[in-house]
Design a binder for this molecule. Structure first.
Ligand code: PEP
Length: 262
């Protein structure tokens, strides 16, 4: 991370924890967090938790996020949730294009683009996930694939709008496996992502865009991952379900921010 960019630590709970557990977690996290605001903190909760969580997060140093949305403003889409439904619940961030949605629910790059567009139009900050699987990495095709994912997802997004977008590099082989990318591997791809953004939007946009790493980040490896120059935070699945582990990652990010400002 670099001091010009405020890192964001985001939790992705996936399909874990109902409203009661969410409220207990948030209350405990709020009382354990230090007063000083350094890194951004976002909790991407299951849809059913959002209404209960919103009042607890109001006027705190944490923001509410969702894990998905539909691109249409309304309509006959049984089981889906629109961007304006999320904003009515005080949601400010939304994960778009998570690899689990791409792989398990068949979301294409074009779908991701439409969702990103819908999020931006509604004033939500999308956390755009990109990343390769193991075979693509072994073939040496990771960066080419990620550049394509970025270009497609960001089609029609202006430089001004890009300021609202957070990019999360999430190698599929590291998600939920307990095997993180090494800091060097993660740092190298995040640098490549910044270069790809530079090609699409120019240097100032590339220098300011927030790029997270996600994939088995935990309390033990966060410091090394977040020390990489182009990694500006983390998207955290498994470790975010454990309050102490998530808190420890937030504290690590805060500490690194402090050291940079010194
Ligand atoms: C994720 O799903 O976004 C993620 C990073 O999961 P985990 O931390 O469990 O690898």
């Amino acid at each position: 991370m670099r001091k010009e960019r405020t890192p964001i630590i985001a939790a992705n709970w996936k399909m874990h924890n109902g409203p009661q557990q969410a409220c207990s977690y948030i209350q405990a996290l709020l009382s354990a967090l230090p007063q000083a605001k350094r890194c951004g903190i976002v909790l991407c909760l299951p849809y059913v938790d959002l209404a209960a969580a919103a009042p607890l997060l109001r006027d705190t140093r944490m923001a509410l996020g969702a894990q998905n949305l539909h691109w249409a403003p309304q309509g006959a889409y049984t089981g889906e949730i629109s961007a304006s439904m999320l904003t009515q619940l005080e949601v400010r961030y939304v994960i778009v294009g998570h690899s689990e949605r791409r792989r398990l629910f068949g979301e294409s790059d074009q779908d991701v683009n439409q969702k990103l567009r819908a999020a931006l139009d509604a004033g939500l900050r999308p956390i755009l996930c990109v990343g390769e699987d193991l075979e693509q990495r072994q073939l040496g095709a990771a960066m080419e694939l990620i550049a394509y994912q970025l270009k497609t997802a960001l089609s029609g997004v202006s430089a001004q709008e890009l300021r609202q977008v957070i990019i999360a590099y999430e190698p599929i082989w590291a998600i939920g496996t307990g095997v993180s990318a090494t800091p060097e591997q993660a740092g190298e791809v995040c640098t490549g992502i910044r270069q790809a953004i530079q090609q699409l939007y120019g240097a100032p946009a590339a220098q300011s865009v927030i790029i997270q790493y996600g994939g088995s980040m935990n309390e033990g490896n966060a410091a090394q991952l977040l020390s990489q120059e182009d990694i500006d935070g983390g998207l955290i699945g498994t470790a975010s379900l454990d309050l102490d582990k998530f808190l420890s990652i937030v504290q690590t990010a805060n500490q690194l921010c402090l050291e940079q400002q010194a």
